[in-house]
Design a protein around this ligand. Structure first.
Ligand code: NAP
Length: 256
């Protein structure tokens, strides 16, 4: 992968990075970081247009370039159409960060079919649809970096999150397979597995749940979205040119 150009006079030539689920939380931090690294960032979101537009303005005020790109990652035809339009306007996707995700917590005995389907559709199949669609252009241009946002829960399991853990563990097997399949085309694929990071998703935890989690984090604190965006920016960059098929845990030592 070549180094992105930060030259704003050649804006049409800026390399393109697509971040799914970028309206909020980790995705928004990743989008800002990649914009700072010189990418034109496509901000995907499901419904929160206001937040996505706010992020686009923030990136542009800081001198970066961003596009809004609304689609539901769980609908393969929407993904295909959106990525086709995006690449027609801005060239092939050079960096794809498959970050969009949801959690629907439930004990296994109470897990509803529709919640299992929804979790797998968004968290696992959604990422697969996006990588499949983005890889077409990456293969033609013979370069690309894919980063899948998994979770420490996919590595170590968690009571009450079996469906989410299955989806997040599935991303690891998927990402390693993509790394093997596309390496000959100079496309790398790595997985970032965040621990507990302060976002809307973890904001829903009770104080008692937070205390219990903190007792199991050797570094003694939750992570910040920037801890994740820095790891993603590294894996996307030429500094990681010889790294593919790896799981990078960013979890304060929670899973070693
Ligand atoms: P968040 O704050 O809840 O944000 C979720 C993002 O995903 C939003 O931008 C949302 O868009 C988007 N999204 C949800 N469903 C979508 C769909 N069907 N199609 C397109 N976009 C969709 O989540 P977060 O905490 O930043 O987590 C981001 C990723 O990191 C997730 O994959 C999560 O599993 C993973 N993760 C998070 C933590 C953590 O501690 N926060 C830990 C481990 C892993 P709208 O705004 O439009 O709804």
């Amino acid at each position: 992968m070549t180094s992105p150009s930060a030259d704003s006079s050649t804006q049409t030539a800026l390399p393109l990075a697509l971040v799914t689920g970028a309206s909020r939380g980790l995705g928004a931090a990743i989008a800002k970081r990649l914009a700072r690294a010189g990418y034109r960032v496509a901000i995907n979101y499901a419904s929160n247009e206001a937040k996505a537009a706010e992020l686009k303005s923030e990136i542009e005020s800081a001198g970066g370039r961003a596009e809004l790109c609304r689609f539901n990652v769980a609908e393969s035809s929407e993904v295909d159409t959106a990525l086709e339009l995006l690449t027609k306007s801005h060239g092939p996707i050079e960096v794809l960060v498959a970050n969009a995700g949801i959690t629907i917590d439930s004990l296994l005995m109470r897990l509803k079919d529709e919640d299992l389907d929804r979790t797998l559709d968004v968290d696992l199949k959604g990422a697969i649809y996006c990588v499949r669609a983005a890889s077409r252009g990456m293969m033609k241009s013979r370069k690309g970096s894919v980063i899948l946002i998994s979770s420490v829960v996919g590595e170590m399991g968690n009571a009450g999150q079996s469906a989410y853990a299955a989806a997040k563990a599935g991303l690891i097997g998927f990402g390693k397979s993509v790394a093997r399949e596309l390496a000959s085309r100079n496309i790398r694929c790595n997985i970032v597995a965040p621990g507990y990071i302060q976002t809307d998703m973890t904001g829903a935890l009770t104080e008692a749940q937070k205390d219990a989690i903190l007792r199991n984090i050797p570094l003694g604190t939750f992570g910040s979205p920037d801890d994740i965006s820095e790891a993603v920016a590294f894996l996307a960059s030429p500094a990681a040119r010889y790294i593919t098929g790896q799981v990078l845990g960013v979890n304060g030592g929670m899973y070693i």
